[in-house]
Ligand binder design. Structure first.
Ligand code: S3P
Length: 171
């Protein structure tokens, strides 16, 4: 059974700090921390770039959805998601149905600073990261806005400060 009240779900673009903030938040709240990217990599034993190559983005989104559903079976959890999870209709619907969805709002400039190009982020490989991130933001921003309950600006803040603000705003 998914627990509607306990799970805290972090959404936002690459480089918004979902993983680092989520870890601190979970520790502060004495919750378990889960990360959908980490789960997919652990479960398959290969990189996200490899999954994109072999199964396409569709295959990755399906695996990401399975990871999300598995985590939502637990109580008292903080879940960091991948930036594109909201493009998958079923993932977006299940996230929207939860009440503690936090959108980490981040400018393109900060995303470029923080989001390293690696096999964890195949969408940025071989592109101009700035244009790609801008293009993704155009279609994704309305979705992040639509399904989130709390929006937090991350540009000038450290993950520890963001985690504390989330706790303050959840009370
Ligand atoms: C993606 C973001 C990545 C990872 C994958 C796809 C995206 O996660 O899930 O490379 O589509 O924005 P982060 O948001 O943690 O970088």
């Amino acid at each position: 059974m998914t627990n509607q009240s306990d799970s805290i779900i972090l959404i936002g673009p690459m480089g918004s700090g979902k993983t680092s903030t989520g870890r601190i938040l979970a520790k502060e709240m004495d919750f378990d921390f889960f990360d959908t990217d980490e789960e997919v990599v652990e479960r398959t034993g290969v990189s996200i770039a490899y999954i994109f190559d072999v199964e396409g983005e569709t295959g990755f989104r399906h695996r990401e959805h399975q990871a999300l559903m598995k985590f939502l079976d637990n109580d008292n959890v903080v879940i960091a998601t991948g930036g594109g999870i909201i493009t998958h209709d079923e993932s977006r619907a299940i996230i929207k149905s939860h009440e503690r969805v936090i959108y980490l709002k981040t400018s393109i400039e900060k995303q470029i600073e923080r989001a390293t190009v690696s096999d964890k982020r195949p969408l940025l490989i071989g592109t101009d990261p700035a244009s790609k991130l801008q293009e993704l933001m155009l279609t994704r921003e309305p979705l992040y806005e639509e399904i989130s309950d709390i929006k937090i600006d991350t540009d000038e803040r450290k993950p520890s400060e963001i985690a504390l603000e989330i706790i303050d705003r959840l009370i």
